[in-house]
Write a protein that binds this ligand. Structure first.
Ligand SMILES: Nc1ncnc2c1ncn2[C@@H]1O[C@H](COP(=O)(O)OP(=O)(O)OP(=O)(O)O)[C@@H](O)[C@H]1O
Ligand SMILES: [Mg+2]
Length: 328
């Protein structure tokens, strides 16, 4: 296989403060290949956004981001200064933020922001940039885009703002797009339009995507591979088909059981009991053990081993999970 576009090894993001440091991301390793869509799922607070911000070099200055390796398209991200990072951001890698107001300036019109970005990043003339801005807004489902260019962010609904920030992120044709809950606030028809657009961009221009989402259904339909995170660590990683057919980690299994499925209508949904742990001084053993339905005596005693289950499927779990009923 070719060299990955993004290679992350041993990423750790620590945020000091209060009684102890929060380790938001701990020893995280994964790759994203060209044209690939990698999904990141996990409960609230599991470190998904922190992973994204660490790669983009956007963790607040108090945070400490370290990695054994973090390479993007031949660049060593661990050694780049802020000016070099800024050149990569927005041109080679772009991010759609969980909160769209993060990427939109409230005192500038949508059109101005998009047009200036297109002129600056792609060197287009004002007229070309305007045409492209209208086209981009149309692609993310904003109708009458020509008339909306002079509007300010507060004149758009939340879902529309989200779509404008998606348009901003893809406007410079990045090699890597990091989308943090990009479609969570959108209704299903617009959501389908956006995921369609993302897939087309990956197929046509070889864009790679890190797709962070709570929505396991959207992830199943969109992503080639999925990383499941828990308490800042990787719990399981597999291609989407094999993860959904036979998950190998107690946490993934719990997540799957809490999602309604059309083929199991009479099955009751099961919530995962308990709450995620505090990220201060977490033991090296499996952080999910206290909540896990498949816990073994080893789980609370020794760190979970990294186990391989066929090509491209790994899980940090001691237990041998049974095949899922009605799937295999
Ligand atoms: N600025 C900060 N200062 C201190 N701790 C933070 C800060 N930002 C995030 N954290 C902590 O880092 C951990 C991971 O947060 P992160 O935002 O990455 O979660 P997430 O998986 O994106 O959750 P969500 O699904 O709710 O967006 C959480 O425990 C959070 O409390
Ligand atoms: Mg988040």
């Amino acid at each position: 296989m070719s060299e990955p576009l993004l290679r992350v090894k041993g990423l750790r993001t620590e945020i000091p403060g209060g009684p102890g440091s929060v380790v938001a991301v701990d020893d995280l390793s994964f790759d994203i290949h060209q044209g690939e869509i990698l999904g990141i799922v996990g409960e609230s607070g599991s470190g998904k956004s922190m992973t994204a911000l660490s790669i983009m070099g956007l963790v607040a200055p108090a945070g400490r981001v370290t990695a054994k390796r973090m390479e993007f398209d031949g660049w060593d991200l661990t050694g780049l200064d802020e000016a070099a990072m800024r050149r990569l951001r927005g041109r080679e890698m772009a991010m759609i933020f969980q909160d769209p107001m993060t990427s939109l300036n409230p005192v500038l019109s949508i059109g101005f922001q998009l047009i200036e970005q297109l002129r600056w990043r792609l060197g287009l003339s004002r007229r070309q940039a305007r045409r492209q801005a209208v086209e981009l807004l149309g692609r993310v489902g904003i109708s009458g885009a020509e008339r909306r260019l002079d509007d300010y962010p507060h004149q758009f609904s939340g879902g529309m703002r989200q779509r404008v920030s998606i348009a901003m992120a893809i406007s410079c044709e990045p090699k890597l797009l990091i989308a943090d809950e990009a479609t969570t606030a959108l209704d299903v028809t617009i959501q389908a339009q956006i995921t369609d657009l993302i897939m087309r961009l990956c197929e046509e221009s070889g864009m790679s995507v890190m797709w962070i989402s709570h929505d396991l259904g959207v992830v199943a339909g969109l992503c080639d591979r999925v990383n499941v995170m828990y308490a800042g660590r990787l719990a399981e990683s597999a291609d989407a088909m094999s993860l959904y057919a036979h998950s190998r980690h107690g946490y993934t299994r719990g997540l799957m059981k809490s999602v309604p499925r059309i083929d199991r209508r009479r099955q009751r949904l099961e919530a995962i009991a308990g709450r995620p742990p505090s990220l201060i001084d977490l033991p090296k053993t499996c952080p999910f053990e206290p909540r896990c339905a498949y816990s073994t005596p080893e789980c609370g005693a020794k760190p979970a081993p990294r186990r391989n289950f066929g090509e491209n499927h790994i899980a940090y779990c001691w237990a041998d999970l049974p095949a899922e009923e009605g799937v295999e």
